[in-house]
Design a protein. Structure first.
Length: 202
């Protein structure tokens, strides 16, 4: 006689407890890489998307930085503490905007999402959170005044001098990434448990 023990999801057979094996538990499936073989995104769309992301971050960062400088100029323990909080806040905002969102949206910042373009890997490996942060913030914002023009010149050189069809920005070449037109939407695959539950409800 087989009895199911609800407490630990095991089964009892002739007074022997049998625990479920790993095969009975549905393993999480890896997220598919979207638009890996997509067409190259328009340079105009890329530029406008970059300016939108910059327009979201810079005004808030400037206001916070200005307030931090004023608080420290006034002196006092409380002002120093508030200045530190504001500095931490703007760092967290940058991490969310340039790291968390593109990681969650699979290669899309707010600007890229609006213009339906996506950052994809060229090495068929999922882009890590740190790589998003390095590309979108450290390179394109922190040292963007130098990195973006130099990378743009590199792209022009590859496109019009070397006549390469797969020309990309210099930082994309170094980070094994490229920007393409977004056509696919993330698909959430249901686990075996969820499918069984829906079948029972039907």
């Amino acid at each position: 006689m087989v009895k199911k023990i609800k407490k630990n999801n095991s089964y009892s057979y002739n007074d022997r407890n049998i625990k479920p094996t790993l095969n009975d538990i549905s393993a999480p499936t890896a997220e598919p890489l979207l638009d890996v073989h997509g067409e190259e995104a328009s340079p105009i769309k890329r530029l406008i998307a970059y300016l939108i992301d910059l327009g979201i971050y810079l005004p808030i960062a400037i206001i916070f930085q200005y307030s931090t400088v004023n608080l420290r100029a006034q002196g006092g323990a409380e002002n120093e503490r508030n200045a530190l909080y504001m500095t931490i806040s703007i760092v967290i905002f940058a991490v969310l905007l340039y790291g968390y969102l593109p990681h969650k949206w699979q290669g899309q910042t707010i600007g890229k999402k609006l213009f339906k373009i996506r950052l994809v890997p060229t090495d068929n490996k999922k882009i890590e959170f740190s790589r998003y942060l390095i590309r979108e913030f450290l390179i394109k914002v922190t040292v963007g005044w130098a990195a973006v023009p130099v990378s743009a010149l590199f792209w022009l050189y590859e496109t019009y001098i070397l006549k390469r069809k797969d020309s990309i920005m210099l930082y994309d070449r170094l980070l094994n990434t490229r920007v393409v037109a977004a056509t696919e939407q993330p698909k959430v695959e249901k686990t075996k448990v969820e499918k069984t539950k829906e079948d029972k409800e039907k």
